[in-house]
Design a binder for this molecule. Sequence first.
Ligand code: FPP
Length: 253
Amino acid sequence: MPEVCGLFNLFRKKAEIDLSRLPVHIAIIMDGNGRWASRRGLPRSAGHAAGAETFRSIATYCRDIGIQYLTVYAFSTENWKRPEQEITAIWDLLRKYLLESIQKMAKERVKIHIMGDVGAMPDDIRQLIYETERLSRTYSGIQLNICLNYGGRYEIVRAARNLAADCAAGKLQPADIDQALFESFLYSAGVPDPDLIIRPSGEHRISNFLLWQCAYSEFYFTKTLWPDFSINELNTAIAEYQRRERRFGGIKA
Ligand code: FPP
């Protein structure tokens, strides 16, 4: 009966979340793939492959319940310090995912947006990214933001540099720069800030993820390693989010 029990648990947990008050935007630091693999005596690449499967199932569930934006941290500007073999394994998974997405896109109407400096990515992946973004531009389903070669500090510096260049060129005056204009120079331009940020694997830090955008996000931390993160646990995170009172610096209404 384990499958029946699993289904029962899924519905029991699902009943805890209020589908009319879902977070608009969920962001996830997909952490713990390496530890998941080493606990099983597997290479780290096997952990990333399992993590990519978890991403697929969580993204599908988010789409099905009506989450509008899902942002995941897949590769940071600091991840280049990892062994080349591990980096290649992540590119392979990404290549596979983008190719699959291109094939399924017309049916699923999922919008894909890459956040990060794609200039340093392998040529074929860069082309796949451009193609995926071009094809999905007009779709109105869930928007998946995949952070690749992404760093929050770099994103802010890049925006400042581009604003400074526009000022130097006379297109803008420094006094024109307010928060809304600044945001429009970030990778996340047009995307609402994340309501809920999930970090699995027992770490309690932000690790250079969405530094500007997380100003008023709610955080959910769990010891679960990303490959083991389930729909059940996502429901638990959403239920916890729904119990919190968000004041955005104000006072209780
Ligand atoms: C962090 O875990 C995970 C990564 C740096 C890579 C995440 C990449 C994927 C899940 C696959 C590709 C993504 C898509 C969207 C198809 P870690 O390696 O730091 O784990 P550890 O802290 O246990 O070592």
